[in-house]
Write a protein that binds this ligand. Structure first.
Ligand SMILES: C[S@@+](CC[C@H](N)C(=O)[O-])C[C@H]1O[C@@H](n2cnc3c(N)ncnc32)[C@H](O)[C@@H]1O
Length: 257
């Protein structure tokens, strides 16, 4: 998998933190146990989770050594381990499994979500936020450009067209195992500054694997130019020079039986 660049990802730290704060606002943990942050990234959100539930053991899991190095520096009191979420097996059943903007990188949600719920202590909580903006131009433009004849052979296997299902699909797989489920979507209107801020935004996340699969700076520049042209047309600047960027996200909070 393409490596993560914490600096590029954190360019929009405030906007990316907002959904995690909104998710935390709906989480109540009433049973004893540790807290796990899956796909903890640079640890900036892990810190918010730790502050919200003081006194609990905190474990962050991520597959990126670059992100984990930042996380360890940001939160020395927590434990961070390198690993794949798909194979996550906690040492003891946690009271909360939290995951912000990470699980859309994994496949087979119909198996993954009930499995995560099953790893919790009885009465424990699974709290997840995932981007569901894959039908918007920021993401459809990526798919469109990756299908151009000069890119499609290299990118066909890398592009992820709709990694997050409709909310009801998560209800269906979790309901048989959950005591309570809270599911919702929010479309934020991020207001971004800079020349091509939507391209900068996706370069920190969804574009990474595509750019990494291309050969050399020339090919990457060609891809980015075709992508940036489409994105500029889809997200015009407002009169003040800023770029309003609508972005849809899916949230779920499920309590284990
Ligand atoms: C968009 S970042 C979000 C980081 C953090 N949760 C936040 O909200 O700032 C996604 C993170 O998920 C991690 N990730 C993606 N797939 C993973 C997997 N299969 N196992 C472990 N970590 C994964 C990446 O390394 C990255 O740090």
């Amino acid at each position: 998998m393409a490596s993560w660049d914490p600096a590029q990802y954190l360019k929009f730290e405030d906007q990316r933190a907002r959904p995690a704060v909104d998710l935390l606002g709906r989480v109540d943990v009433t049973v004893p146990g540790d807290i796990v942050d899956l796909g903890c990234g640079a640890g900036n959100i892990t810190r918010l989770v730790a502050q919200r539930f003081p006194g609990r053991g905190i474990l962050g899991v991520d597959s990126s050594p670059e992100m984990l190095a930042k996380a360890r520096a940001a939160l020395p009191g927590a434990r961070f381990v390198e690993g794949d979420i798909a194979r996550f097996a906690p040492p003891a059943p946690p009271a909360l499994i939290f995951s912000n903007a990470a699980l859309h990188w994994l496949d087979d949600h119909a198996a993954l979500f009930p499995a995560l719920l099953g790893r919790l202590a009885r009465g424990g909580v699974l709290a997840v936020q995932m981007p569901r903006n894959h039908g918007a131009p920021s993401h459809t433009a990526m798919v469109e450009v990756s299908r151009m004849p000069r890119f499609r052979d290299k990118l066909a296997k890398v592009v992820r067209e709709s990694p997050v299902a409709a909310p009801a699909a998560y209800y269906d797989v979790l309901a048989p195992h959950a005591a309570r489920i809270d599911l919702w979507e929010t479309e934020y209107l991020h207001v971004l500054e800079g020349e091509s801020p939507v391209v900068e935004w996706t370069m920190g996340t969804a574009l990474r694997p595509l750019l990494a699969a291309l050969d050399g700076e020339g090919e990457r520049a060609e891809f980015l130019e075709a992508y940036a042209t489409r994105v500029a047309a889809a997200y015009p600047k407002a009169a003040d020079g800023k770029t309003p960027f609508p972005f849809r996200r899916l949230f779920l909070v499920a309590t284990a039986r």
